[in-house]
Design a protein around this ligand. Structure first.
Ligand SMILES: Nc1ncnc2c1ncn2[C@@H]1O[C@H](COP(=O)(O)OP(=O)(O)OP(=O)(O)O)[C@@H](O)[C@H]1O
Length: 375
């Protein structure tokens, strides 16, 4: 499919961008990491740090690609090798098939116009107005003043700040500053937008608004977004695919739904549990003794990872087995339109009932596990 992006106010020629069809495998990745390693040399007797260890990943053009990991996992280093701020000690980064390491100074400057970046602390110049911050990369690229004026107005309009052009960063809220950051990053019409913890300093509501803006920009312009975060909720909101980074290595990678639904690594499970309701309330954990002696209810967790909604399976359980099903905890969300989440239920602690519940849930295509027993 091809998307035509017509700029709203300039009357300029529409820009035609290649657009990936759904999750189809791309012919040519926008970014390709080929066994990328980065070792920072040790200083003053400290050991060297392996920040990236043989990272191999493809980011499809037009994707919103999430990279998640805990502090020190190597996320920032990974984005810095994309725009040439750091050189890999091993392997190769290709953008549109061009090896970043092969670029000379002029090539690197051109690359940075094709790769925009937004930051946790916005990195705006306090002495420049919103409009002048957005204009800066265009001034550096030698764009004529009249073109800059038109383009800056379009960009501020795109990020919803048309009425704040003359405001200085100190007069803007965090969310507004990040909007200026996004407009500035888009000024040179980059093919790739790198977001390094861009919502980490924002409250949840503003985070949602900024993520919605990034999603809109991605849909309108086809820019490939690489989003670095330590928050799974951010990945869940807008990413198509996710890579989980730990100690410089990719420990898990795939479509967001698959990684959320079937986390294979303990680190991923912990990250996912922050958003899928898999973390049991503390009072429930304390009421779950290990043995079954004297227990009157068995506690089970149903994992919803498909098209079946929560209510029908619970009513089906109580109707067909004629039992009382208590909901003890849980959360059902949506990722990419499909229900996803966990529900912790309690049923009578009898072996025949528990195995009937397990069989019926599994027959409906859901996973279920016994967590313990409560009296
Ligand atoms: N310039 C540097 N010199 C030496 N070591 C560095 C340098 N930059 C990063 N490191 C180390 O490399 C590892 C990865 O750092 P990086 O900043 O990429 O991780 P991160 O996942 O982005 O962490 P955070 O979420 O805390 O920003 C860490 O151990 C860090 O201390």
């Amino acid at each position: 499919m091809t998307v035509v992006f017509e700029r709203p106010s300039s009357g300029a020629e529409p820009v035609t961008l290649a657009w990936p069809a759904g999750h189809a495998a791309p012919v040519r990745p926008a970014i390709r990491f080929e066994a990328v390693s980065k070792i920072y040399p040790g200083r003053k007797g400290d050991a060297a740090v392996m920040a990236l260890d043989s990272v191999t990943l493809d980011v499809a053009p037009g994707a919103v690609y999430g990279i998640i990991g805990r502090s020190g996992a190597g996320k920032s280093t990974l984005v810095r090798v994309v725009n040439g701020l750091e050189k890999p000690t091993g392997g190769r980064v290709r953008i549109d098939e061009v090896d970043v390491a092969s670029l000379d100074a002029a090539g690197l400057r051109a690359l940075r116009r094709r790769v925009g970046m937004i930051f946790q602390h916005f990195n705006l110049l306090s002495s420049r107005s919103a409009a002048d911050n957005v204009a800066l990369p265009l001034e550096l690229a030698g764009v004529p003043r009249e073109t800059i004026r038109t383009r800056v107005a379009e960009l501020l309009d795109l990020v919803g700040l048309a009425d704040k052009a003359g405001r200085y960063p100190a007069e803007l809220s965090g969310g507004q500053k990040q909007r200026v950051g996004i407009a500035r990053a888009l000024a040179t019409e980059p093919k790739v937008l790198l977001s390094d913890e861009a919502t980490s300093a924002l409250d949840p509501e503003t985070t949602e608004q900024i993520l919605a803006l990034l999603e809109r920009v991605n849909a309108l312009t086809g820019v490939t977004v690489v989003l670095i975060t330590h928050e799974m909720s951010v990945i869940k909101s807008i990413c198509d695919r996710v890579a989980v980074l730990e100690a410089g290595r990719v420990i898990e990678e795939g479509p967001v739904y698959d990684v959320f639904a079937h986390p294979r690594q303990e680190t991923t499970r912990r990250l996912v549990s922050s958003v899928n309701g898999a973390t049991l309330p503390q009072d429930l954990v304390e009421r779950l003794p290990p043995g079954q002696d004297g227990a009157s209810r068995t506690v089970l967790r149903i994992v919803f990872t498909g098209v079946v909604a929560g209510e029908p399976i619970l009513s089906r359980l109580s109707r067909s087995l004629d039992i009382e099903v208590n909901i003890m905890a849980g959360r059902i969300d949506e990722i990419g339109g499909a229900p996803f989440g966990n529900m912790v239920i309690a049923v009578p602690a009898r072996d025949d009932i528990v195995s009937a519940v397990v069989n019926l849930v599994r027959a409906n295509g859901l996973s279920i596990e016994v967590l313990g027993h409560v009296s």
